[in-house]
Design a protein around this ligand. Sequence first.
Ligand code: ACO
Ligand code: PYR
Length: 560
Amino acid sequence: MRTDGATLSAGGDAVAIYDTTLRDGAQQQGVSFTVEDKLAIIALLDELGAAYIEAGWPGAIPKDTELFARARELDLATARLVAFGSTCRPGAHAAEDPGLRALLDSGADVITLVAKSDPRHVERALRTTLEENLRMVADSTALLVGADREAMVDLEHFFDGLGRQADGAYGIEVALTAARAGAGAVIACDTNGGALPGVIAGSVARLRRALDAAGHPDCVVGIHTHDDSGLAVAGAMAAVEAGARQVQGCVNGMGERTGNAELLTIIANLELKTRFTALPGDEAERARRLAELSRISRSVGEIANRAPSTRQAYVGAKAFAHKAGLHASAIRVDPDFYQHVDPARVGNTMSMLVSEMAGRASIELKARELGIDTSGEGDVLGRVAEAVKAREAAGYAYDAADGSFELLLRHALGELPDYFRVESWQASVRAAPAGADRFLPVDGSTLTQAEATVRLHAGGRRFAVLGEGNGPVNALDAALCDALAEVYPEIRAFELTDYKVRILDAERGTRSIIRVLIDLTDGERTWSTVGVGTDIVEATWEALTDGHVVGLLRAGVAPR
Ligand SMILES: CC(=O)SCCNC(=O)CCNC(=O)[C@H](O)C(C)(C)COP(=O)(O)OP(=O)(O)OC[C@H]1O[C@@H](n2cnc3c(N)ncnc32)[C@H](O)[C@@H]1OP(=O)(O)O
Ligand SMILES: CC(=O)C(=O)O
């Protein structure tokens, strides 16, 4: 029984999830999977419960030929591996087509063939007749079926073709030809990503009716959409409503040009908002699989070396992050007021962002998220909200620096531990030696040298430490770390993972206010801090010292 959101459909049914991250997803600029990458993603998709994983085009791409050879050893729990290819060439017999032979030799027991279904493409791109294209589809499909393979046919440019033809019959005829030859599924492809959801729904319904009327009720209709109009998921959902029972897409919306339909969003939509099922198993089993969506998104992103968008529906790191004070005040009563589903159902979490848009409720909820009890501290909440607004007006940005916010809050609550006290710091940069060639090849060394001195008190002792580095920030960091590590050896594990600088009033040029945001990790936890100043080193120093305090706090270190 689904409880979240609206029910989009009255009739229940199972929709087969067909992942094409490894084939169409790999058609995205900058994506290049190794065989090992593909094997790792196959394992993740199988864990998730995809019905089909289109893993590549053996015969056309050598790595995919190797992948299918190695995949023979795989023992997949839910998924079936699909080899992708095209129909035979015009004028050639399917049985003699080297491409089809390679698909059969791949050992894949499911094979999807792409076929032209728009007369314009048949006549101008394939340079053959409409009849010959039907013959190619029939022969190629029959060859696969005759070899005991499950055959599917992608109807390339299906919607463009139907839209342009006076009677719109050819795309349907290609589908019926494939079904007659034994195809188990015909997939309506919005290859150029230009079709609107209403058009997709109407055309898919028409295709379904045509197959039924021709005596092929068992031939599944699939949908394959691209995001060129920003409507790939909407188109796929509309197609399911209209009778499609297989949905193709890619994890994190990877794919050619603007990408394919984001498959995880479709799975979540189907499972949480319709009566259709997208994952295998009973209700408890499907809920368990659904809760893996966020992890799968991140893992595939890591393997592809393309971090998913933090704003990605359902699974993005910020998909349930709330910034507006009015939202927070209602969320305090019930998170459902500003969330379309419970984030836990897709393995995600809610988070509060504190900024100039915060009210007391935002501060209270963020404090709760940080494990800080603010009950009975109504005045403090108000004061902190005001302080955040005033400091953001001066250039700070707390929604990207929850570590700095924690310090502000703990200070207001009188709970900020006194780890160390800075007496003074200074940093200097020495210019390149006279006569040095600034157009020398870059070899990792720099032409400038920097040093910094930090004087501070910690653990009842005074430290005066000189640091050297390849820049003033690096030198300051070295000096601060050397001084503090005498008392707090824990900070040796702290590592800077990101450093962002922003000029806040660019029209003032080099006299501008500078904001520095840094991300730190101790290998277990990550946190962010912010510093503001008229000087980049001054802003960095603030972010850096705050970063060390937050790190000690989060590691549970007591002041020494
Ligand atoms: C919509 C999609 O995303 S479909 C997936 C597309 N994916 C890829 O193209 C990735 C892999 N492709 C490749 O490695 C190569 O393009 C190959 C090996 C398939 C073909 O390479 P080549 O033989 O050098 O041909 P080329 O790429 O120049 O052109 C494609 C040929 O296939 C033909 N073709 C295109 N679609 C089809 C089809 N559905 N059925 C049969 N032939 C087709 C074209 O007309 C063209 O024929 P031509 O060589 O007589 O002009
Ligand atoms: C088959 C395919 O990838 C397309 O038509 O977009």
